[in-house]
Design a protein around this ligand. Structure first.
Ligand code: GPW
Length: 828
């Protein structure tokens, strides 16, 4: 790569080149300098927010130095790069992670103390970067950490939303959404005003023949919106590799103002137009696993795909390699179908701008893309109406039709007898209006398709992509079971446990190779180790109890069994099953004599999670949980025997407090509906046990830790279809009597006006119980009883938790990334 500074001046440059702080004193000096200059504050007005700013800027400098070096190294080596396209990156806080990955947290802690601040207070000043809804977005964030830690040359691409996922407030038991404007002070992003892409929308396509008789397509007119790059450094753990997350922000393409309009007195109109352009990257859509078909969402998707593809192609072209080398230089992973427009967009670039022939372009495209599917739920599978795509992206619709035509020919040739197949696998659904099936386009345009846990990857082959397995053969479909980064979810969230493990393994190597955890199984009978392990769990429960008191005014006893379900609120995840179970427990407690109550295992049921703003049933579930809490928590008969807590505004930074504090966590989706789940892994890695269905990664967790160490219950995925059918058609569908009892008290108004919960109850009683709550209820209650009994034997319980932790090595996101690299990306 060429340097912009001439040879003769480089010595001076190098002499004064930025260096990283190495000692406590140097750290303090940088903090104070940043507070006094960058932030223009002083000794006299330095609050915790300013202290956070100073520390963040000091660490930012360190990251930037390694980031520049990494990018420099990668530019000259020009290896094959991985591009992870995800509309969501649920990063959480960056400072603690930066300190730990760089390995300077202890130094910083001491230095901060000398400057008059406590590390925890400073860390908690940072706002979460909440650019995601739930598991899918957090997975992308874990992957970035692993990619950097494993030294893969990789970039994340997403949108720079002004508003991340809304902040949840609970008012009178109801969820209220508050906008999350998170950019007031964000030291981790770098605007690149010189890195822009103009993205086109609307307009029409003109076709003509050139001199050689070749058909040429020109996409004309319409409007342009400019994408501006904002970059964030992603440091690896214990490595110098610092990768890049590039977020695109939208703005009007014609500079500050539209001067024609400005001069003709249409000042307000031109500002309004400016704002209209900015709305593209204004807000993250808050629907998890639900597709709503809004035009602005499609605009977001194309804006982001077009800007990212332009950027990737621009970088490739610098190397002046032939186009056939593109798939050897570039691997693009599609995180769900949200970035599927990247497929027709790369086709458009290759055909219309680079002049390649169709077959060559298509072969490049297929080799470049990989597609990860995260759900089989029909309501989450993206479809865009043909008239909308035609209007917004006329050239892309033509390309999609051409892709489909070629594909239809191929299917026709290979399956001449199965005439029905064409309609089933067509990218275009023949409905009114016609719809583009994005998942099919993603499958057809990629060389590999993966699910995110074994059961899920098997299910996609037998359900939504069954025909495609026939067409392409089984090898196109594969599994990469999800994982989590042990840096954030063990070392950062649970420093004492990390330290205990390190003390036995002789260092922190396990954080880079989590399979080393198996060595702590040797300490399962070690008295000292057991005691320390148990004390750590207790301390983490005290930490959550303290938080619960501060945030919600509810006192909980840390000696109780902590039962936690935190995740997006969804009928398929079945928080309703959990709360109905809590009500049942409450009724049993009420029936008991004071003598009998003394034998009961006290329990706290924690819930947390956001409902999509338009998802009425999910909001009703939140309301019921809060109403039950209000009754149970104030019942003098019950006292500490049962508490119900709804933790407001569940997010990544709260998960770091919550996950280490469970005795039991709940992963109780209807079998076959949860593709993987990842919080199940976080809880077990932190010494909690699981109550769960045979679904998603629960199955593989069971295989790894042993079935004696997990509480499985409920119907199996292969029986779900028949059960649903029977609910509707067999005529003798009866609600479980225990559940009937719960419904009776809800109907009687025990938890407030029964009418408010009638839709929830009726979805089970009258509308076919699609999620099998009644079918699984007895098994759920029985299993909870087994848990109470098992918890009484604290020594046996402790053995289970230690054994489980030691067997969780498989679930590191480092293992996932190595699997993607080898099976899908072919990168080193
Ligand atoms: F519907 N997931 C998610 F597949 O968090 F697109 N949001 C989503 O919109 C979708 C999936 C989608 C989750 C899965 O529900 C969860 O089981 C999985 O562990 C996670 O993605 C990461 O793969």
């Amino acid at each position: 790569v060429e340097a912009s500074i001439p040879e003769g001046q480089r010595a001076a440059w190098k002499k004064f080149s930025a260096t990283e702080f190495k000692t406590k004193d140097e750290f303090e000096s940088e903090v104070v300098k940043h507070i006094e200059t960058t932030l223009a504050r002083s000794l006299f007005n330095c609050d915790e927010a300013a202290a956070y700013g100073g520390v963040a800027l000091a660490f930012r400098d360190r990251l930037v130095i390694e980031w520049n070096r990494t990018q420099q190294r990668q530019s000259s080596a020009d290896p094959k790069r991985v591009y992870y396209l995800s509309l969501e990156f649920l990063m959480g806080r960056a400072l603690d992670n930066a300190m730990l990955n760089v390995g300077m947290k202890d130094v910083a802690k001491e230095g901060l103390g000398e400057l008059g601040f406590r590390m925890e207070d400073v860390i908690s000043q940072e706002r979460d970067a909440a650019l995601g809804n739930g598991g899918l977005g957090r997975l992308a964030a874990c992957f970035l950490d692993s990619l950097a830690t494993l030294n893969y040359p990789a970039w994340g691409y997403a949108l720079r939303y002004k508003y991340g996922i809304f902040k949840q407030e609970i008012v009178d038991g109801y969820q209220v959404e508050v906008p999350d404007y998170w950019l007031d002070f964000n030291p981790w992003e770098f605007p690149r005003h010189d890195v822009t892409v103009d993205v086109q929308f609307y307009g029409h396509v003109r076709k003509y023949m050139d001199e050689s008789g070749k058909q040429i397509s020109v996409w004309e007119d319409g409007e342009l919106v400019t994408a501006v790059a904002y970059d964030a450094p992603i440091p690896g753990f214990g490595t110098r590799t610092t990768n890049n997350l590039r977020l695109w922000s939208s703005k009007a393409s014609h500079g500050e103002f539209d001067f024609t309009k400005f001069n003709s007195g249409e000042y307000e109109a031109s500002v309004a137009e400016q704002q209209r352009a900015e709305t593209i990257s204004a807000v993250l859509y808050p629907n998890d696993s639900l597709e709503r078909g809004k035009e602005l969402r499609l605009k977001q998707q194309y804006f982001w795909c077009a800007a990212s593809l332009f950027d990737i192609v621009r970088r490739f072209k610098k190397s002046r390699k032939a186009w056939k080398e593109f798939p050897n230089q570039v691997a693009i992973q599609l995180n769900d179908t949200h970035p599927t427009l990247a497929i027709p967009e790369l086709m458009r670039i290759l055909l219309d701008q680079e002049g390649l022939e169709w077959d060559e372009a298509w072969s490049i495209v297929q080799k470049t893309f990989g597609y990860t599917n995260h759900t089989v739920l029909p309501e989450a599978l993206e479809k865009w109406s043909v008239p909308l795509v035609q209007h917004l992206l006329p050239r892309h619709l033509q390309i999609i039709y051409d892709i489909n035509l070629n594909f239809m020919h191929y299917v026709e040739r290979n399956f001449p007898k199965d005439r029905e197949m064409l309609g089933r696998v067509s990218i275009i659904e023949e409905s009114t209006p016609k719809m583009v099936r994005m998942a099919y386009l993603a499958v057809i345009g990629s060389h590999k398709v993966n699910g995110v846990a074994e059961l899920h990857s098997d299910l996609i082959k037998t359900t939504i992509f069954k025909d495609f397995v026939k067409i392409y053969g089984p090898d196109k479909f594969t599994n990469v079971t999800n994982g989590i980064t042990p840096r954030r979810w063990l070392h950062q969230a649970n420093p004492r446990l990390s330290e205990l493990i390190a003390s036995k393994l002789g260092g922190y190597d396990f954080l880079r190779d989590l399979t080393l955890l198996h060595k702590i199984e040797a300490y399962v009978d070690d008295k000292e180790f057991r005691k320390e392990f148990q004390e750590i769990k207790y301390a983490n429960k005290v930490r959550l109890a303290k938080y619960t008191k501060e945030a919600h005014g509810i006192s909980v006893n840390p000696s109780s069994l902590f039962d936690i379900q935190v995740k997006r609120i969804h009928e398929y995840k079945r928080q309703q099953l959990n709360i109905f179970g809590v009500i049942y427990r409450y009724l049993e407690l009420k029936d008991m004599s004071p003598e009998e109550r003394k034998k009961v295992q006290p329990r706290v049921s924690f819930f947390g999670g956001k409902a999509a703003p338009g998802y009425w049933m999910a909001k009703t579930i939140i309301h019921l949980i809060n109403q039950v809490g209000a009754v149970v928590n104030n019942d003098k008969d019950i006292g500490d025997l049962l508490k119900v807590v709804f933790l407001e505004d569940y997010n990544v930074s709260k998960a770091e407090i919550i996950c280490p504090a469970s005795d039991i966590s709940e992963h109780i989706s209807t079998a076959g509906t949860e593709a993987s789940g990842t919080s199940n892994m976080k809880f077990v890695l932190n010494g909690g046990l699981v109550i769960g269905t045979c679904d998603g990664a629960n199955i593989e967790i069971t295989r790894e830790i042993g079935e004696d160490n997990i509480f499985l219950f409920g119907n199996l995925s292969e029986d779900v279809e028949d059960l649903r059918h029977a609910h509707t058609y067999s005529g003798d569908f009866a609600i479980d009597p225990k559940l009937e009892r719960v419904f009776a008290v809800i109907r009687a108004g025990r938890f407030g006006d029964a009418a408010q919960f009638s839709a929830l109850v009726n979805s089970i009683v009258e509308h076919g119980d699609y999620y099998l709550v009644s079918d699984d209820f007895a098994s759920y209650i029985d299993t909870q009883k087994l848990i109470d009994a098992a918890y009484k034997d604290q020594e046996a319980w402790l053995t289970k938790t230690i054994t489980s932790v030691s067997r969780m090595g498989f679930f590191s996101s480092d293992r996932c990334i190595d699997e993607y690299a080898e099976m899908i990306w072919n990168v080193e």
